[in-house]
Ligand binder design. Sequence first.
Ligand SMILES: [Zn+2]
Length: 319
Amino acid sequence: MRYRANLRALLPALLLLTGAAPSPPAFDLVALGVNGGVEEPTSAYHIKAHGASSGVMCDVGTLAAGIEQARRRGRYPNAASREEVMTSISAYLITHAHLDHVAGLVLASPNDTKKDIMALAPVNQALADHYFNWSVWPNMGDRGASPRLAQYHYRDLEAGLPTPIPGTAMTVTAYPLSHAGSPSTAFLLRSGQDALLCLGDTGPDAVEGATRLNELWRAVAPMAREGRLRGILIEASYPDPVPDARLYGHLTPSWLGKELQALRGMVGDDARMKALPILVTHIKPSGTSRSSRAAVRRQLQDLGFFNFIILEQGGEYAL
Ligand SMILES: [Zn+2]
């Protein structure tokens, strides 16, 4: 008893020594698909405010199959069925319209419920023109080829403008990215004071001849400095070395490291930057072996400093 009482008396002093009380998680994430192509399931991240019953998907490379895999790993213990999990998703955030980011949305659509698809205008237009067009799939949207079944309502996001996500207490802000010259998107999700950043495919600014990542880092650096940014989901598609001309709008560990160093400079607080979870996604399994993930992991470790976490298929993360 005495020991316990003494510990309680010591707690404020211990907190002073460690700098701050550990803050409770702000977001829950289940990785439904972590691959960047060749092998399924591909990019799909189910994100909720911590403890909330409804959430969003950041990209939908897989949906039904990804949920089944996650359920086999013990995720969604309170959901009676895959459909129940799908119903709990309030909206789809689509970074870009490449197949490895939307295939699950298209395939699951006949069994889905009414939802908003939230994306930058060119991405929504590509979905309406090239998928939900009655040529490759029935038009489940409310735009494009008639008849429009209107299960999905396209909502064009204005870059840089926080927009409430229906059915949740979160907002989303879209930032354009450059993916081999074609449009891609980073989504900043906000829940109360906290934020989580989910990037679609992107090349490094220096290779893309763009400033998109630099602008994004500038936008989120203040939140990272204040400890309100809870994580960054970002790709590392191939292990090094890859000639710049063969990146095709992607990052390698060395390029990811360079981009994060730019953010580190803007944050100006190494302790905060070191603690920030960098959630690495979209590794492309190589055609001849399974060694890509191991190589990316090793190369990220060699970079040092940053808190890299390679997302695992069906993994659950409290951030
Ligand atoms: Zn991709």
